[in-house]
Design a protein. Structure first.
Length: 230
């Protein structure tokens, strides 16, 4: 049975410990941010040939040595842990994690964006994406579609089309919620809907944009009461 991405990620974490390499140092060597490193060791990225090659260069070892070390660590794990763990992950329903609030105005830095604060009573299976997450909207740049206080579910797996509301994480760890448009020249336009109070467009190329996740559900909403949000 071929190892899963999650098993490989866990083995990679052990290799880093064996060699005294921090995840921050690995991120610098791979030229990726801490969020991406965390996803890597959690097995949320595929370990294809190109990724294994870049990892071996970053670790200063041959690709053959890296693959041998990964196989050794995975093989040394108790079979019961490997089988029961993968079965539990694939069958047990998992609630969508609620992360930090995100501004729908100017991009802000959210150092704790990957730290779940609670769990919604909606499973990731129901959303169709095991990596789905939820956020609270801050600000009114996406009004009237999204208002401040709305709880939205975002899916990194879902394909997005021009004009779709999305969560965007920049490579500098700032993030925002905007309608996204492809400009056809390697850039994307991040456009607020409430143009009367916010800049009508923010352009970002693929060097700046780290992650785009389409908003697939609004699961909680503050409703006006006598003209005010409650």
């Amino acid at each position: 049975m071929e190892p899963t991405n999650r098993e490989i990620g866990a083995a990679l974490r052990d290799i880093l410990k064996e060699r005294g390499i921090t995840q921050a140092a690995l991120g610098e060597a791979l030229e990726i941010n801490q969020s991406s490193v965390s996803k890597l060791v959690r097995g949320e990225f595929p370990f294809d040939a190109a990724r294994l090659k870049s990892l071996s260069v970053a670790l200063g070892i041959s690709r053959n040595r890296l693959e041998a070390d990964l196989r050794r660590i995975i093989a040394d794990r108790p079979l019961s842990m490997r089988v029961s763990g993968s079965m539990q992950e694939s069958t047990a329903p998992r609630g969508v994690p609620m992360l930090a609030p995100v501004a729908a105005g100017s991009a802000n830095h959210s150092a704790e964006i990957d730290a779940p604060r609670s769990t919604l009573p909606i499973t990731t299976h129901a959303v169709g994406d095991e990596n789905a997450f939820a956020l609270e909207v801050v600000g009114d740049s996406m009004s009237p579609l999204l208002d401040e206080g709305d709880i939205v579910v975002c899916s990194p797996r879902a394909a997005w089309n021009d004009g779709d509301p999305c969560y965007i994480e920049m490579r500098d760890r700032s993030d925002t919620i905007k309608a996204v448009y492809r400009l056809g020249d390697g850039r994307v336009e991040l456009r607020p809907l409430n143009a009367r109070r916010h800049r009508p467009r923010i352009e970002s190329d693929d060097q700046d944009t780290g992650r785009i996740a389409r908003i697939v559900r609004v699961v909680g909403r503050y409703t006006p009461l006598n003209g005010r949000h409650r």
